[in-house]
Design a binder for this molecule. Structure first.
Ligand SMILES: Nc1nc2c(c(=O)[nH]1)N[C@H]1C(S)=C(S)[C@@H](COP(=O)(O)OP(=O)(O)OC[C@H]3O[C@@H](n4cnc5c(=O)[nH]c(N)nc54)[C@H](O)[C@@H]3O)O[C@H]1N2
Ligand SMILES: Nc1nc2c(c(=O)[nH]1)N[C@H]1C(S)=C(S)[C@@H](COP(=O)(O)OP(=O)(O)OC[C@H]3O[C@@H](n4cnc5c(=O)[nH]c(N)nc54)[C@H](O)[C@@H]3O)O[C@H]1N2
Ligand code: SF4
Ligand SMILES: [Mo]
Length: 735
């Protein structure tokens, strides 16, 4: 093997190292073989453990780059919205049209009439949301939807209780745990750091007890867990609070920790014991809500309180429910009650997804944009009101309410009438709740531009489609996940067709909109700066290896300093302590956001009267072979796993459904067709439609694509979480 420029070569191939970060929970090293400018093969990390080894999606990326349905040229619509008929056009015409339409809408209706619906695409710094944010802000402003789709509830709870949303240990610290509770957490499917499963396997070999609390018997439970506790979706808070009851009742909690590091525990205790509302939150009380036997709750409470150190890995899916904030606040409270915050082998209980956003004491710069953001005049017009939490401030619209806002505008109480939509790195119609309503909203707009790699259901509604290059065709820098490293995205081949990197598209639009000073640095300057700011001091080596591992002495533990020496290191909360009770939120008095964690009975839960009509609780998980809706169209990956409804044999029998049957899943919002997988690996009363399948309604508005979001509600939790796991449905055999 000889070393060539920017990579190594084997035989006739050049091998270029790059980092995949496909919005999937990973950031993995790929070694891409290139011959005559064409990718021939993809390998992954085979160096020392722990490796940053890629998954099957990364290794199948060749099929994504060369997919026959890749969009390679700018397109303009040539048929009705949604139908998918387009004509090829030039970049000049496409960009001129977009610039002219944005100007027209801005001048005719005002800047808030322009909405930017942007997500992540690939997790990276340059080809990031900052590019379009800066563009539209400098062009006069725009309406920004708010809400972190993945874990808004976790962000809320962590901010309220710890005063920061960076609350994770590095994954290597799992090796120090004696008990790991995977609570709604399935890293065998969702990755959450390329090494997480490697550490779980090592922990299991070392004899650590691992328990899964989940409505499904997940692949993680199958591979790592000693036991599985099935629980009804959206009821986790009740179980956690009953565990607190047991710890109080049996005096098992860490009184010293509570006294030294927290405020408001007594108020929480009043709620738990029932002195506040007359209801003692006993394990029997929780059994009726959660479906978990009282004895099991008692046992887990004792185990968690007495096995130290223990990591309560609070997944983010239980937070994507009607009152998801309370799950995270309760989990944090238990982590404090068991003294597991700030110690090796413990966990702060905030959310087992933290590390994707950085937050380690290394200078790894999470997902912030390498292109400087500009103040958005639409938002600046509203002076901040200290009493109102940032996210409630007008003129923002919660992402779940965007379709409603588009359809009703000012008349519906929204801030503006919305006329134009810029969609980037986002499959809005498929990934956001109530797809049928979103389709109606898209039809009502005057102008839609979509930046895409594929003809997604969303792209079919565009007036103009701008073709985007994949990460194999562009340069970038990406943060590591779960441990301290920085990834280098190396351009492996030239962009196919006329596709372009997103940052360049934004820069070219800036010119057409007459914006001065949009970008005064080259791509190379921006990326070098970003890498250096992240602690990469040898840029050439970084480029060559595709990764830069930061030196670490021991696993990083969140809040270690705060717990070791509280006087010198207060928590960044108003009281300087962990706020089990929040005075600030008590004063705000927002319904559904109590000052201490509480279980709140859910709409579209089992006790909603609607359950008589739609008796099954729907969850919509992240499918192993997709990343969100991405990779859905890749044949190698489709072969691996069906897109299917998981239904328990008891529920299937009651409906005359056999394994492999096509079924209808429906509620008042719509209906989908999907294959049924009859299994014991999901609890009775709960069904799972993995989200991310592409919406394909037939003339009767039955979605033959099996898109989960046809069934989900366009509501949000009080703190802004997306309740993708709160919905009632019925299932019937398709006739
Ligand atoms: N393969 C793959 N990996 C991915 C993604 C992907 O699409 N595919 N997406 C990435 C992204 S963007 C994100 S945000 C993360 C998402 O990561 P997660 O949110 O963790 O993923 P989910 O599959 O939605 O849910 C995890 C587990 O929670 C369980 N669950 C659902 N509702 C509840 C509940 O109310 N209570 C309890 N206790 N458990 C519940 C599910 O059964 C599932 O086993 O994954 C990332 N990784
Ligand atoms: N029912 C249900 N719905 C969910 C969830 C759920 O749990 N249940 N999870 C939610 C979560 S956590 C998330 S994060 C959202 C995600 O929602 P989205 O981010 O909208 O989902 P993606 O499927 O990743 O869509 C990204 C789209 O951008 C295109 N694209 C354009 N430019 C680029 C680029 O430069 N790189 C890449 N890779 N793609 C590009 C891709 O082809 C793809 O179509 O979905 C949410 N939707
Ligand atoms: S886990 Fe994600 S980042 Fe890693 S190879 Fe797979 S798709 Fe790429
Ligand atoms: Mo996400």
């Amino acid at each position: 093997m000889s070393h060539g420029k920017g990579g190594t070569s084997t035989g006739g191939d050049r091998v270029i190292a790059t980092m995949c970060a496909s919005h999937c929970g990973g950031a993995c090293l790929l070694k891409v073989h290139v011959r005559d400018g064409v990718i021939t093969r993809i390998e992954s990390d085979d160096g020392e453990e722990p490796q940053l080894r890629g998954c099957l999606r990364g290794r199948a990326y060749r099929q994504r780059v060369y997919a026959p349905d890749r969009l390679l040229y700018p397109l303009k619509r040539a048929g009705p919205r949604g139908e998918g008929r387009f004509q090829r056009t030039s970049w000049d015409e496409a960009l001129d049209t977009v610039a002219a339409e944005l100007k027209r809408v801005r001048d005719a209706y005002g800047p808030p009439a322009i909405i930017l619906a942007q997500m992540t695409g690939d997790v990276c710094s340059l080809n990031n949301f900052g590019a379009l944010d800066r563009l539209l802000s400098m062009a006069g402003g725009y309406t920004s939807p708010w809400g972190v789709t993945s874990f808004q509830a976790g962000v809320y709870a962590s901010m309220v209780t710890y005063g920061t949303w960076f609350a994770s240990n590095t994954r290597d610290d799992l090796l120090n745990s004696r008990l790991i509770i995977m609570w709604g957490w399935d890293p065998a499917s969702t990755i959450t750091g390329p090494n997480t499963c490697w550490y779980l396997a090592r922990a299991r070999e070392a004899g650590t007890t691992i328990i899964s609390v989940d409505p499904r018997h997940t692949d993680s439970a199958a591979a790592f867990a000693d036991s599985w506790i099935p629980i009804r979706p959206g009821t986790d808070t009740a179980m956690l609070i009953a565990m607190a009851y047991v710890m109080v009742d049996e005096k098992l909690y860490d009184r010293d920790f509570i006294a030294a590091h927290t405020v408001g525990f007594d108020r929480f205790k009043d709620y738990v014991l029932g002195s506040e509302d007359g209801v003692a939150k006993t394990p029997q009380w929780a059994e009726g809500i959660t479906g978990v036997a009282a004895g099991t709750i008692v046992e887990l409470a004792r185990q968690y309180a007495t096995t130290r150190p223990a990591a309560l890995m609070a997944g983010i899916a239980p937070g994507r429910t009607a009152y998801g904030e309370q799950f995270h606040r309760a989990a944090i409270t238990l982590a404090a009650m068991t003294g597991n915050v700030g110690i090796h082998g413990g966990d702060a209980g905030a959310r087992a997804w933290e590390s994707v956003m950085g937050g380690f004491p290394y200078p790894v710069n999470s997902m912030t944009s390498a292109i400087d953001r500009a103040p958005n005049p639409v938002e600046r017009a509203f002076p901040p009101d200290r009493k109102v939490p940032l996210f409630y401030r007008r003129p923002r619209v919660h992402f779940t309410r965007l379709a409603d806002a588009i359809l009703r505008g000012r008349a519906g109480g929204y801030f503006a009438d919305y006329k134009a939509l810029v969609v980037a790195q986002c499959n809005y119609l498929v990934q956001f709740p109530d797809s049928n309503k979103i389709a109606r909203a898209l039809n009502s707009l005057e102008f839609i531009v979509v930046e895409e790699q594929f003809m997604t259901p969303t792209a079919k509604f565009a007036d103009i489609i701008l073709p985007v290059a994949t990460f194999m065709e562009r340069n970038d820098v990406t943060p590591g996940v779960g441990s301290a490293y920085v990834g280098c995205v190396n351009k492996v081949i030239e962009p196919l067709g006329e596709s372009r990197p997103p940052w360049r598209i934004a820069a070219e639009l800036a010119e057409r909109l007459g914006i001065k000073g949009y970008l005064d640095k080259t791509e190379e300057q921006i990326l070098q700066e970003r890498a250096m700011n992240n602690g990469v001091y040898d840029y050439r080596r970084f480029k060559k290896r595709g990764v830069y591992r930061l030196k670490t002495i021991e696993p990083y533990v969140a809040f270690r300093a705060q717990v070791k020496d509280p006087a010198a290191n207060p928590f960044p909360t108003p009281s300087g302590k962990i706020e089990i009770y929040s005075r600030q939120w008590a004063d705000l008095g927002i319904p559904g956001l109590p000052a201490v964690p509480k279980y709140i009975g859910s709409w579209e839960g089992r006790n909603d009267p609607l359950a008589r009509k739609y008796p099954l609780q729907l969850i919509t998980t992240h499918l192993k072979r997709r990343a969100l809706s991405q990779f859905e169209n890749i044949p190698w990956l489709r072969e691996l796993q069906d897109h299917a409804l998981l239904i328990n044999s008891e529920d299937a029998r009651a409906r005359g459904i056999n394994d492999g049957d096509m079924v209808r899943v429906f509620n008042d919002r719509g209906q989908i067709l999907i294959k049924a997988r009859v299994t014991e690996r999901i609890m009775p009363g709960v069904v799972d439609v993995p989200h991310g399948a592409w919406y394909a309604p037939d003339p009767d508005r039955v979605d033959r694509g099996g898109c989960a979001n046809v069934l989900t509600p366009d509501r949000h939790s009080p703190g802004g979480s997306f309740p993708y796991n709160t919905a009632l449905v019925e299932v019937a055999k398709a006739s």
